[in-house]
Design a binder for this molecule. Structure first.
Ligand code: ATP
Length: 313
C-alpha cells in the first residue's frame, strides 16, 4: 500500500468578491457575492513508504493546499485521497498518531514555556507510555543537539534553535509520515545545514513500524533544500502535476544547457550565456578569438536555474 494515493484530487476555495467603492461596500453588507477559486485541480499522484519527495511550484501553485489535504487540515472538494490507508479529512486519532506536520511560518510551541513542557503535552495528547516517550525524547535531543535549549523558554531561542525544537515536538510520537512546509525559511547557512542533516537522518534511519524510516513530503522555495534532500520532485502548476521525476531528469528535461561565464579584460567584461551541450566546444573556441580571456567557467544548469526557467515560462 502506498503512503499517499491521490486520484482526481481537487480543492476549490469559496471567497467573498467585494464590489468597488463605498456604494459597493454597502451593498456587500446585505448581499454578498461569492466566487470559487480552484487551488488543486484533478491531481493524481502516488508516494511510497520511505520516499523523500519535494513538492515544488510558483507562489499560488497549490502546494500548501495539497499538503493541508494530505494532513487532514483541509477537506478536498473532489477526488479520492488515501494517506496511510486513511481518509485524512476524517482526522481519526489513529491517522493523526502516524503523521506530523511542520509549517516553517507557524509555530507549534508555547512561547512562554520550555520545549520540554510542549513535549510533555504531546506525550499526553498522543498517549505515549513513559518508556516510549523517554526513548523518543532522548533520541531527538541527541540527534538535534538540544540538551542546552530544551529547558529554555521558547521565546528566548534563536530561529534556528526554535526550528529544531519544532521538529522534536512534531516527531516525538514517532510518526511514519512527515509533512514539511518551508522548514528552513529564515535560517542561516549553518542552521539550514543542521536541519537538512537531521531530516536526512529522519528519512533514512528513524525507526518506524514499517521499518523504512519516515516518509517525508517537503515544500520549499529553497532549491538547496530540495537538491540536497529530495530524490523525487513533483512540480505543481495551477493545481496540476506538471512534472514528476528525479532532480536530474527535471534539469535535463527543462534545460539541456551548459551555462558559460566568460571574463574578458577591458570593455567586454563578464559575459554569461546558456549553450546547448553539443555547441560548448565551438562557443569556447569562438570566445577565445573575441578578446583577452581572464577566466572561463562552464557548469551544468542547477535546480535554481531550472526553477527560474519553469516559473518564467
Ligand atoms: N483560504 C483560502 N481562501 C481562498 N483562496 C485561497 C485560500 N488559501 C489559498 N488560496 C488560493 O489557492 C491558491 C493556491 O494557494 P496555495 O497556498 O496552496 O499555494 P502555494 O503553492 O502553497 O503558494 P506559496 O508558494 O505562495 O505558499 C492560490 O490562488 C491562493 O490564493
Amino acid at each position: 500500500m502506498p503512503a499517499i494515493a491521490a486520484t482526481g484530487l481537487s480543492k476549490s476555495y469559496r471567497f467573498h468578491r467585494s464590489r468597488a467603492g463605498l456604494g459597493g461596500a454597502l451593498i456587500d453588507l446585505v448581499h454578498r457575492q461569492h466566487g470559487d477559486r480552484l487551488a488543486v485541480n484533478d491531481l493524481d499522484l502516488t508516494i511510497d513508504d520511505g520516499e523523500f519527495v519535494g513538492l515544488l511550484g510558483r507562489n499560488g501553485a497549490g502546494k500548501t493546499t495539497t499538503l493541508k489535504m494530505f494532513s487532514g487540515l483541509l477537506r478536498p472538494t473532489g477526488g479520492d485521497l488515501r494517506v496511510l490507508g486513511y481518509e485524512p479529512s476524517k482526522r481519526r486519532f489513529a491517522f493523526l498518531r502516524e503523521i506530523a506536520i511542520v509549517l516553517g511560518s507557524k509555530s507549534m510551541l508555547w512561547w512562554d514555556v520550555s520545549t520540554r513542557a510542549s513535549l510533555d503535552l504531546h506525550k499526553a495528547i498522543y498517549d505515549l507510555s513513559p518508556s516510549e516517550f523517554t526513548d523518543s525524547v532522548d533520541q531527538l535531543v541527541d540527534l538535534l543537539e538540544l540538551s542546552d535549549v530544551i529547558d529554555v523558554p521558547v521565546r528566548q531561542l534563536s530561529l534556528g534553535q526554535r526550528m529544531k525544537c519544532e521538529l522534536a515536538v512534531a516527531l516525538v510520537h514517532r510518526p511514519r509520515l512527515l509533512f514539511l512546509d518551508e522548514p528552513t525559511i529564515g535560517l542561516d547557512v549553518v542552521s539550514k545545514a543542521a536541519v537538512r542533516q537531521f531530516l536526512r537522518t529522519v528519512n533514512t534511519e528513524l525507526a518506524t513500524d514499517s521499518g523504512t524510516g519516515v516518509t517525508v513530503v517537503l515544500t520549499s522555495h529553497d532549491m538547496d533544500d530540495v537538491a540536497e534532500l529530495c530524490r523525487r520532485l513533483i512540480l505543481i502548476d495551477h493545481g496540476r502535476v506538471q512534472f514528476d521525476g528525479t532532480p536530474a531528469e527535471l534539469i535535463r528535461q527543462t534545460r539541456p544547457h551548459k551555462r558559460i561565464t566568460l571574463s574578458y579584460a577591458g570593455e567586454l567584461g563578464q559575459v554569461e550565456m546558456d549553450v546547448d551541450r553539443s555547441e560548448t566546444t565551438r562557443v569556447l573556441a569562438e570566445a577565445t578569438a573575441r578578446g583577452e580571456l581572464l577566466d572561463v567557467e562552464v557548469r551544468d544548469a542547477d535546480l535554481d536555474d531550472v526553477m527560474r526557467a519553469v516559473m518564467q515560462a
